[in-house]
Write a protein that binds this ligand. Structure first.
Ligand code: PEP
Length: 257
């Protein structure tokens, strides 16, 4: 049986400028200072805006803070005439380890379809970044197709042509649960996360499915994290709103199984 280290990932979205980010990471580190044991058993990553990455990377490096650093998006291109875009190569140079791809806010407000998500997944892997591939159904999808059909289809497309050895993270984020205060039930999350793991098995093989972390995201907070973590196919959480509250996020990291 492969043991998967739980991952608690904080998606800050467009919040905290670089000065606020440094203060926040210092406070979060302090809040988790006595959590040595947790850090042996849980991975913690923060996903600040692009303009914060250099400052947060410097702080993490200088103070040996055990947080992984992630970005919220990347370009499908390596470099060139693409105004406003940020290359995976540049992120890698900043010690960024992972990158969120296909968040529902990018799909909705920036018209990113499954083809773009697939291209960004490949761009991340090409530059040695772990893609955190977000999938999830809208309230309307849920009504017409049930919970799993849309996320399963989204993940199948994202994994087209990905090598079986690739390290990826999958995040199941029902769109209706994001920022709504209405989380999925742990049973719903388990059901879809198990199906997403089957997609990883079908596309990348059983070994990849056994080692790939599948996260749940959508109104996760300290009060409900343990119920998700008890599910066998939920390996952690992608946290939005609660990742901006030091004590709340620290309590999520300290979830009790
Ligand atoms: C998210 O945006 O990835 C998210 C899960 O947000 P929230 O935790 O605020 O629902």
């Amino acid at each position: 049986l492969t043991k998967r280290t739980p991952l608690i990932a904080g998606n800050w979205k467009m919040n905290l400028d670089h000065l606020q980010a440094v203060a926040f990471v210092q406070k979060l580190h302090w809040a988790l200072k006595d959590a040595k044991h947790e850090f042996d058993t849980v991975d913690v990553s923060v996903f600040p805006p692009f303009t914060d990455l250099r400052s947060v990377q410097t702080l993490i490096d200088a103070d040996k803070i055990p947080f992984g650093l992630g970005a919220q998006d990347l370009s499908v291109h390596d470099s060139g005439a693409y105004t406003g875009e940020v290359s995976g190569a540049f992120l890698k140079r900043l010690d960024v380890a992972s990158v969120i791809i296909g968040h529902s806010e990018r799909r909705e407000y920036h018209s990113e379809g499954d083809d773009v998500v697939a291209a960004k997944t490949k761009a991340a892997l090409k530059h040695g970044l772990v893609p955190v591939i977000c999938v999830g159904e809208t309230a309307e999808d849920l009504e017409t197709h049930g919970a799993s059909a849309v996320p399963v289809g989204q993940l199948e497309t994202a994994l087209d042509g990905v090598a079986s050895s690739a390290e990826i993270v999958v995040a199941y984020e029902p769109v209706w649960a994001i920022g709504s205060g209405q989380a999925a039930t742990p049973e719903q999350a388990q059901e879809v996360c198990a199906k997403l793991r089957q997609v990883v098995a079908a596309k990348l093989g059983d070994d990849a499915a056994a080692r790939t972390r599948v996260l749940y995201g959508g109104s996760v907070k300290a009060a409900n994290i343990a119920s998700f973590m008890r599910q066998p196919d939920v390996d952690g959480a992608l946290v939005g709103g609660a990742s901006l509250l030091v004590d709340e996020f620290a309590a999520i990291v300290r979830f009790q199984k």
